[in-house]
Structure formats: structure tokens, C-alpha cells
Design a binder for this molecule. Structure first.
Ligand SMILES: [Ca+2]
Ligand SMILES: [Ca+2]
Length: 269
């Protein structure tokens, strides 16, 4: 008969239990602060056992093993052991309602509602858009003008390409006349409502802001150049070189003066 099962390692008690020998047997018992059958012991949760008292209303209990910790729930304050009361966020100023909203206290929280004339979720409240809502106080912007809401009020600006009194009417700017147009020197400018158009003059090509000649004789290097004393005629593509009157030779290189006196025709005169 083994009378020392606790001492020889045969007994299987929990590490948080005491072992007691018997005749050919043993018993396990959980130590204070733990509960169970002795083979398995679980630590007591003092929030549920009440060994260390209980927290008050509107609180949260945290077991400390041993002991408890009491905290007021969010939105409540006071002595957590005795109980916590609702915080009136509207009165304490801890609310986050918009300046143009009304705060209403609730148990554990609060609500925000935008005041009349404002739109939003209470935390963010925008004034009514006086550009879209017809407001006799602020009126409307004029013709060819853009409206910007100011909450409250409106701001009127002439559209791009227009100027004048934005509250009544903005007129088209004649960019060609006032020289603000950026057409190329070899382009013509045409005024339009709110803008202007540039078009390259005949003999030029491009978008009007940039124009290049279509005369191949005026594009040095592209098709070569005619020599001295030669005339250039544009071809499409290319160029043609001809010696000027009174000159001859290779017009693409150089034309030389014809010495008429050395010619037979001269002798006749
Ligand atoms: Ca509250
Ligand atoms: Ca214009």
C-alpha cells in the first residue's frame, strides 16, 4: 500500500492545489483564491465572487487576482465603488456639437442637431447655399458671372473671359482688341464670347499660337539653299534655284556675272 502518493510524484494535483496522502490514495484541494476539483484549479474572478465587494452602477469591473478595480463607464463619472452618474456633456462643455447646432444630453451620451438654416450631422453644420437657394437678402449674380456661397451671403465673379459688374452683367473681353490675346505674329485673331481664336495667315501653318511658313525657301537648311545671285522658288516638297537675270552658273552653289562684252552679241553693238 502506497501511503506517500503526494511525495513520490504519483498524485496528479493542480499546481494551485494542496495534496493530502491517504492509505493507498490521496486528495487534492485548490488553495484559497482558486476553485475547482483539485486536479484542475481556476483562479477566482473577484468581480464575480464578490469577495472584495462589488462595483456601483454604470461601472466596469476588472479582476486584479486578487481584488477588483472599478471604473465608470464612458459618459459617466463619480465614485465607481458607489456608482457613477451620467455626465451632462452639454453643460460641461465636453460635447463636440457645431456652434450652429443644439446639444441634447442623453444617459451615457449626448446628441447634436443642426439649427434651422443649417444642414449637416450636428458636428458639422453648413449654412444654406445662398447661391442655389433664392435668397431675397442676397439676390443672385448677374449674367456671365459665377456665384460662390459665403454662408451666409454670396460672392459674384465674372466668368473667365468676361469683365464688368458681376452682380448685374459681365461683358465679353475683346482679347484681340486689348492685345491680351496670345496669337502668333503670323496669325489672325478672332474674338469669341468668353474667349478668342487664333488662325495662321495664308502661307503659314500651325495652331495659331505658333505658325511656321509653308514656303520651303524660307526654311533654311531643310531643303538646302540657293547660291549667291540666284532666286529661290518653293516646290512642294523642295525648292528650285534659278540664276538671276544677267548671271549664270550652278544656281544651287553660285551664279556668276555674265561678261556680255566677251560674248559675240556684244561685238555687234
Ligand atoms: Ca450624457
Ligand atoms: Ca472674347
Amino acid at each position: 500500500m502506497n501511503d506517500n502518493m503526494c511525495g513520490d510524484g504519483t498524485a496528479k494535483c493542480d499546481t494551485h492545489a494542496t495534496c493530502t496522502n491517504g492509505h493507498g490514495t490521496y486528495t487534492c484541494a485548490c488553495v484559497p483564491g482558486y476553485h475547482g476539483d483539485g486536479k484542475t484549479c481556476t483562479q477566482d474572478n473577484d468581480c464575480t465572487t464578490g469577495t472584495y465587494g462589488t462595483c456601483g452602477i454604470n461601472t466596469a469591473c476588472t479582476p486584479l487576482y486578487p481584488g477588483i478595480k472599478c471604473d465608470c463607464l464612458k459618459g459617466f463619472s463619480g465614485d465607481a465603488m458607489l456608482g457613477c452618474n451620467d455626465v451632462n456633456e452639454c453643460k460641461s462643455g465636453t460635447h463636440n456639437c457645431n456652434a450652429n447646432a443644439t446639444c441634447t444630453n442623453t444617459v451615457g451620451s449626448f446628441t447634436c442637431k443642426c439649427n434651422d438654416g443649417y444642414i449637416g450631422n450636428g458636428v458639422k453644420c453648413d449654412g444654406e447655399n445662398d447661391c442655389t437657394v433664392h435668397n431675397p437678402t442676397f439676390g443672385n449674380c448677374g449674367i456671365n458671372a459665377a456665384c460662390t456661397p459665403l454662408y451666409p451671403g454670396i460672392k459674384c465673379d465674372c466668368l473667365e473671359g468676361f469683365n464688368g459688374d458681376a452682380t448685374s452683367e459681365c461683358d465679353d473681353i475683346d482679347e484681340c482688341a486689348d492685345k491680351s490675346a496670345t496669337c502668333h505674329a503670323d496669325a489672325t485673331c478672332t474674338n469669341t464670347m468668353g474667349s478668342y481664336k487664333c488662325a495662321c495667315k495664308p502661307g503659314y501653318e500651325g495652331d495659331g499660337k505658333t505658325c511656321t511658313t509653308t514656303d520651303n525657301c524660307k526654311k533654311p537648311g531643310t531643303f538646302g539653299t540657293c547660291g549667291p545671285n540666284a532666286a529661290c522658288s518653293p516646290l512642294f516638297p523642295g525648292i528650285k534655284c534659278n540664276c538671276l537675270e544677267g548671271f549664270d552658273g550652278d544656281a544651287t552653289k553660285a551664279c556668276d556675272d555674265i561678261d556680255e562684252c566677251k560674248q559675240e552679241a556684244c561685238i555687234m553693238y
